[in-house]
Design a protein around this ligand. Structure first.
Ligand code: BDP
Length: 694
């Protein structure tokens, strides 16, 4: 067991359970007459062979102990279900239920399209992997978002920006001739959790990706992914017309530029008829964009949208923009984008990071969610753990994603959650989508840490159904990936559910953010001050620690970032007494002596929080040690060793932050707590080597 099979390990079930399933499942009625159906049939066969040790007999005749799989084109399915009933499932959903047949129960898997059948087969497999009863099954599924997309930050030279699982799985040098078997397994894994799109290349895009040479390589991948329901998208560089096409400008209002993009789109669709569209990072972190020509984001996005529209393609235009000269980075995307509300074409969607800064262990949701009522908007999460311990720390991101999706924006009154303002249920958006920055690389276990697989998994499952709970999803993942032993599931599940909070506590508790070293983003460097560097890349821009206190004043008397939130949130955040403790230092600069509701002063409370983060990791070590023998030795040891590093590094974070902030607070560490084991000077000298994490 090396983790290479992800959650798709079809291991033999205990004999009694396997017997029970075998009694219910003996025959299959399924015409496997399309590529997608073939894949679905083969996957079910493989899974049942692995789990039950047998295959189902194919049968045209409906009889007891059968599973019927098909669309309304199949007579066997029409017998049990009508178009009206299936209509709620849309193009990709399915119905999986137990139905009565001549006094017996049989299973029905029905969908409007073949892809729904593939998703349904994966659901059935998941049910069996988890040992669930089939006789009560009654599932009616339709995905929350139409486009559920992974963003690969993979460069054409094989490196991965913020990738911690080895090199890129895309072998650009070998394509289009040589095809790695990983491509198909990648598609299968994504389809199993409902992901239906992939942006193959880095948002910091090379114009080369649109060259004829590269498009031919992309076509090969698109052809492999198609039967799995996965469309390919590309990140594009806004100055491609100049850099690749040799035009004198890339001005979006220039006719020759518009024409260049139209021809490029035609060329792409000629090769890849179901191409998804473009992802664009423009006028962000030094990349080119429409503002270079005095045009707006809308001018730029619409020009690309017009080129793609005849082919039904979309533009995902990122809102990740910030400038060093503003007073508060957290306000900038909102300021730049809200005036453009209603000005974007209907096939443009604005891609917004979950928080207003940058994928920190905790941020409040971006105030852009819900603020552009006449524009399609999609959330972007980071699955790769750039700021949460990369490939060494165990941090399950389900609670982070869920916290954002469930956050109430109040833009149309109560229950205007981020999920609802983006999935079309509140604003009836034409295009709905959600993106996650992938954590996938060449490592044997795909994600660099066995538990990082859970973050890929939970992203897909929440994109499919944004109402699922992260706890339920953790259970699913554990049962499929490791074991169904109830003790294992409950102990490891509870460890996973606490793990992100632990990271928040030992890195950036109580609303602190951006305390990491500026070049590696891994370890703590709250003191980091590089001469002449952009001030908004330095930790002090964010923590603002001084002898008076700590935190960023974003109230109406500070930067007034609170003003970008709808009421009652604005007032709740504004008032220190009602601001949730988890966001306290995000919105307020408070005295070290500020007294919290529990009676502690701010300094002491920070010390307690940092310590509790370290203690959580220690408790994870104990929890994990208890699992010895319950799973394979190989993965057990690997995780155990990484937890040991995590414990050491949690102490490193605690000591670095507390010792540094202590130079301002001048207060002692509360007596009951462990003392720092490092010296501040020694920590400041320590150099971190990011190479070990790639
Ligand atoms: C930051 C990353 C940087 C990305 C950027 C982005 O550090 O590598 O290019 O986000 O999202 O988090 O564009």
């Amino acid at each position: 067991e090396d983790g290479s099979e992800l959650w798709l390990r079809y291991k033999a079930l205990p004999v009694a359970l396997s017997k029970e399933y075998s009694q219910q499942l003996q025959f299959i009625t399924f015409e496997t007459n399309s590529p997608t159906r073939k894949i679905a049939g083969a996957e079910l066969e493989k899974a049942l062979k692995g789990m039950l040790g047998r295959v189902l007999s194919k049968s045209r005749k409906i009889q007891e102990k059968t599973i019927i799989i098909g669309t309304l084109e199949d007579k066997s399915v029409r017998q049990f279900i009508s178009a009206d009933t299936l209509c709620v499932c849309g193009d990709e959903g399915f119905i999986l239920k137990s139905v009565d047949f001549k006094g017996d129960k049989i299973l029905l898997l029905a969908a409007n399209q073949d892809i729904g059948l593939l998703y349904g087969v994966f659901e059935l497999i998941r049910q069996i992997q988890q040992g669930h009863q089939l006789s009560n099954l009654n599932l009616k599924e339709k995905p929350s978002y139409n486009r559920r997309i992974l963003n690969h930050w993979d460069n054409l030279d094989g490196t991965v920006e913020r990738g911690y699982a080895g090199h890129s799985i895309w072998k650009w040098d070998e394509l289009p001739e040589k095809i790695s078997p990983k491509y198909e397994f990648y598609a299968q894994a994504n389809a199993s959790i409902g992901i239906n799109g992939t942006v193959l290349n880095n948002v910091n895009a090379s114009p080369k990706i649109l060259s004829d040479e590269y498009l031919r390589k992309v076509k090969v991948l698109a052809d492999i992914f198609r039967p799995y329901g996965i469309r390919v998208y590309l990140a594009v560089n806004f100055s491609s017309p100049a850099k690749l096409g040799g035009l004198p400008t890339s001005d979006p209002l220039d006719e020759k530029v518009q024409d260049w993009w139209k021809k490029k789109a035609d060329e792409i669709y000629n090769l890849i008829p179901d191409f998804g569209g473009f992802l664009v990072k423009a006028n962000s972190e030094g990349l080119p964009g429409p503002q270079d020509f005095g045009r707006t984001h809308a001018d730029g996005a619409n020009m690309l949208a017009d080129a793609l529209a005849p082919h039904n393609g979309i533009v995902m235009w990122r809102a990740f923009v910030y400038h060093p000269d503003g007073d508060d980075r957290a306000k900038q995307a909102y300021k730049e984008f809200t005036p453009l509300d209603g000005k974007f074409r209907s096939n443009v969607i604005i891609q917004v990071k979950n928080g207003p800064i940058d994928f920190q262990p905790r941020e409040p949701f971006s105030p852009l969610f819900g603020a552009m009522k006449n524009t399609n908007l999609m959330p972007e999460f980071q699955i790769t753990k750039e700021y949460l311990g990369m490939n060494t720390h165990l941090a399950y991101l389900g609670p982070l994603f869920e916290e954002c999706l469930d956050a109430d924006t109040y833009v149309l009154g109560k229950n205007s959650t981020v999920a609802r303002v983006t999935d079309g249920s509140l604003f009836r958006n034409k295009v709905t989508a959600i993106a996650g920055v992938a954590n996938i690389g060449e490592d044997v276990n795909w994600c660099g840490h066995q538990f990082n697989q859970a973050n890929w998994y939970v992203f897909g499952r929440l994109a499919w159904n944004n109402k699922l709970s992260s706890g339920e999803i953790a259970t699913e993942w554990i049962e499929q990936t490791f074991s169904r032993d109830p003790e294992f599931v409950s102990e490891v599940g509870s460890m996973m559910m606490q793990s992100r909070e632990a990271v928040v506590n030992y890195m950036t508790p109580m609303g602190l953010h951006h305390l990491m070293g500026w070049d590696h983003h891994y370890g703590p460097e709250p003191w980091c001050a590089i001469p002449n560097a952009r001030p908004d890349w330095m930790p002090s821009y964010y923590h603002k620690a001084d002898s008076a206190g700590i935190g960023f004043d974003r109230t109406s008397t500070g930067s007034n970032a609170v003003g970008q939130y709808a009421e009652p949130l604005r007032s709740l955040y504004e008032n220190v007494a009602t601001c949730a403790e988890i966001y306290l230092l995000w919105f307020h600069h408070l005295s070290w002596n500020y007294i919290l509701p529990n009676g502690n002063n701010l300094w002491d409370e920070l010390c307690y929080k940092y310590s509790s983060g370290v203690n959580s990791v220690k408790s994870f070590q104990k929890t994990w040690d208890n699992q010895e023998g319950k799973i394979d030795e190989e993965r057990f040891r690997e995780v155990q060793q990484k937890l040991a590093i995590q414990e050491k590094e949690a102490v490193w974070w605690r000591d670095a932050c507390l010792l540094y902030f202590q130079t301002f607070s001048n207060k002692p560490i509360p007596e009951k707590l462990d003392r720092p084991i490092h010296q501040l000077d020694e920590l400041k000298k320590q150099k971190f080597n990011l190479k070990n994490h790639n």
